[in-house]
Write a new protein. Structure first.
Length: 455
């Protein structure tokens, strides 16, 4: 149950290379100097054995578990670790009881490390909250998901969150070079050599994940055992890696980061960025229909009547994708993304509708003006329903200067068109009609008597 025992005490020959090459000191940890570098607060707390409850949030292979293991080597506290995938409430309560007795009888605190803490449900997190509050345990959690969404707010407020960065290519190449040359823990006994091109490709294909990079190197080493050579070449690395795995979780934070990037790129009229973020999501396995729905929303929210064809393009892309399917149907989404990025932009529809919602919520239901009410019966006509309604098609330009909003709202403007595209062309026409309505109120024209029977 203790991952530290597995990683540090197992015979090096039996453990995977990624486990054998885990840093064992603060100085060996790469890429996280923003909180572990010399003089940083967390490093000083670790060195002084004054570690608070912590949550490490970062992508896979960035060193969350490794940092917890290094802390284990520096602290005088007892260490227990759990995986949220396998542990339950019963096991947690047993550890809490042991931690309470250890503090009570031996004045020694317990550090509890929870791997993948985001997989614990609310009840499981609540089980160790009181022990954190009373200082019986020091909690250390590791998560790839945003703790703001996945960790109870009460628990989160009692922990310090440290955000780990993905390792860049320079750090990954240092890790790979160390694994190649170091004997015992690494592959140094094999006398292997790798050229810069091979290490660069392996580092790039790992997407910031040290574990993935080391697994690829170990696979290449296993393949080369069957040959008489000692050189790791690019074709060998390509064979070992086979495919660059994209980091993506369709229900996690990266999902929302990428769809946000796509939306903002389209809104910002950058077709290259829109195409890139769309490709990132599609190639990682995102549901194409989800992307089609979101882009249809963008057509209304960010383009609207500046280009009325945008919504038609969204509907056409959805129909084309359903007709063609994968993989060729991806081009329909690509065409839509680029079209939306290049289209003139307006948020007038979105802004106007939000104003309507606000007025309805604040002022309630306003009555329909009598002259535009339906009047299918003689009683309704006698009450004034439809009286004075003018049929627009009977007038010049198929327009009359009548008011159609409730009396209390007749001067309210919800839709204010932008100055781009089709919407810009209609802007002056709309303004002229608004002025015509105001003028007509001052000099009312004769209205027909009676009511209308049509809606």
């Amino acid at each position: 149950m203790d991952l530290f025992d597995h990683a540090w005490n197992t015979d090096p020959g039996d453990a995977p290379l990624a486990d054998r090459m885990r840093p064992r000191s603060l100085d060996e940890i790469l890429g996280q100097d923003h909180f572990l570098g010399p003089g940083q607060a967390l490093r000083q707390a670790i060195e002084n054995d004054q570690v608070p409850s912590l949550i490490f949030w970062g992508p896979p292979g960035s060193g969350k578990t490794t940092i917890a293991m290094v802390v284990a080597g520096h602290t005088g506290a007892a260490f227990r670790s759990f995986s949220a995938v396998t542990a339950g409430i019963k096991e947690l309560r047993e550890v809490m009881a042991e931690a309470r007795d250890l503090l009570k009888y031996h004045q020694r605190r317990t550090i509890l490390f929870i791997d993948e803490i985001h997989r614990f449900n609310k009840a499981q997190q609540d089980a160790f909250l009181p022990f954190v509050e009373r200082g019986i345990i020091i909690l250390m959690g590791a998560t790839t998901e945003n703790p703001s969404f996945e960790v109870n707010s009460a628990l989160l407020s009692r922990c310090r969150v440290f955000v780990l960065k993905s390792l860049d290519e320079r750090h990954l190449r240092l890790i790979l070079q160390r694994a190649l040359t170091e004997a015992g823990r690494g592959l140094g006994d094999m006398g292997l050599e790798a050229d810069d091109q091979s290490l660069k490709y392996l580092a790039e294909s790992a997407h910031g994940d040290a574990r993935t990079a080391l697994n690829g190197l170990e696979m290449a080493a296993n393949l080369i055992r069957k040959t008489q050579t000692r050189g790791i070449t690019l074709p060998l690395i390509e064979k070992a890696v086979q495919q660059k795995a994209l980091r993506y979780d369709k229900s996690g934070e990266e999902h929302y980061n990428l769809i946000s990037a796509l939306h903002k790129s389209i809104r910002g009229s950058d077709p290259d960025a829109a195409l890139y973020w769309l490709g990132r999501m599609l190639e990682a396995g995102e549901d194409a229909r989800f992307l089609l729905r979101r882009m249809a929303r963008m057509a209304g929210e960010d383009i609207g009547l500046a280009d009325p064809r945008a919504l038609l393009m969204a509907a056409a892309a959805q129909q084309t994708f359903d007709f063609i399917g994968l993989p060729e149907g991806k081009l329909a989404l690509a065409e839509l993304a680029v079209y939306l990025a290049l289209a003139p932009k307006s948020n007038a529809l979105e802004t106007g509708y939000q104003k309507v919602r606000q007025v309805i919520n604040q002022q309630g239901e306003q009555e329909v003006p009598l002259h535009i009410r339906n009047a299918p019966t003689s009683l309704m006509r006698s009450l004034g329903y439809g009286r004075g309604y003018r049929y627009a098609h009977d007038y010049k330009d198929h327009w009359t200067p009548d008011d159609y909003l409730p009396d209390k709202l007749r001067d309210q403007r919800f839709y204010q068109p932008g100055d781009l595209g089709w919407e810009g062309e209609k802007r002056s026409e709309l303004e002229a009609r608004l002025q015509g309505r105001r003028a007509a109120r001052k000099k009312p024209e004769p209205r027909p008597e009676g009511g209308c029977s049509a809606g």
